[in-house]
Write a protein that binds this ligand. Structure first.
Ligand code: BMP
Length: 225
């Protein structure tokens, strides 16, 4: 079976040993998914239990696509340094917020644009208050800088389709990553059908008693079912 266009969000909502939790899910699912997303919740749970970034990197070793989701939104000096540290641990792609401005400076400081993912529109309702008003600017910026991807909520099919058109018109290879499937209400494969490249899915799979079985169930939706 081909890998599903799913990036599994590793957010441990329950207490317990977070490293074992990650290891268990990754071992069970690594041949089915396109990659994993790690974020602040996981990092804090690991720190609380005395684990390090290196421990986590061990559990993810050999995984081709690891998206680091700290949604960085700071001055370029800080963002570039954070990316430098995480890159040193072997992590690859980093989600940053473009609303701060100054993203070109990151590239001038040596950050590889191919390692960046910009948030263009979010899946929560509040995204319409500010971020969504600028999704087009953010996608244009993504294309100008040549970043790897943009995040657009799966429940925003109109924005996904608009971004896809913009990206295709400019012949860019920017990927569209869409969270919001399952626990947040969007149906699996809706974002892909609107022009997205990956769906970011967390709780629907990781909260299931059988994550592998849940992914196998989802496979039908992605195969055009
Ligand atoms: P879940 O499928 O359990 O709702 O998880 C969604 C994941 O995607 C979470 O890790 C969340 O931080 C992330 N995410 C999101 O839900 N909406 C966005 O707009 C951007 C995100 O990164």
């Amino acid at each position: 079976m081909h890998r599903l266009p799913v990036i599994l969000a590793l957010d441990p909502f329950t207490s317990g040993d977070p490293l074992e939790w990650v290891g268990g899910i990754v071992d069970e699912t690594r041949d089915l998914v396109s990659g994993y997303k790690i974020g602040l919740l996981l990092a804090l749970r690991l720190l609380e239990k005395g684990y390090s970034l290196r421990d986590l990197a061990g559990k993810l070793s050999g995984v081709e696509l690891v998206v680091v989701d700290f949604k960085l939104a700071d001055i370029p000096d800080i963002v570039a340094s954070v990316i430098d540290i995480l890159g040193g641990h072997g992590y690859g792609k980093f989600i940053v917020h473009p609303f701060t401005g100054g993203l070109r400076e990151l590239v001038e400081r040596g950050v590889d644009p191919g390692d960046l993912i910009l948030v263009a529109s979010m899946s929560h309702r509040g995204s319409t208050e500010f971020i969504d008003k600028h999704w087009r600017d953010f996608v244009e910026l993504a294309l100008d800088i040549g970043v790897w991807g943009v995040v657009i909520g799966a429940n925003k099919p109109g924005i996904i389709a608009g971004a896809r058109r913009l990206i295709d018109e400019r012949g860019g290879g920017v990927k569209i990553l869409s969270p919001g499937v399952g626990a947040q209400g969007a149906e699996p494969s809706t974002a892909i059908k609107s022009g997205g490249d990956y769906e970011i899915i967390g709780r629907m799979v990781t909260g299931s008693s059988n994550p592998r079985g849940k992914l196998l169930e989802l496979a039908e939706a992605y195969q055009g079912g």
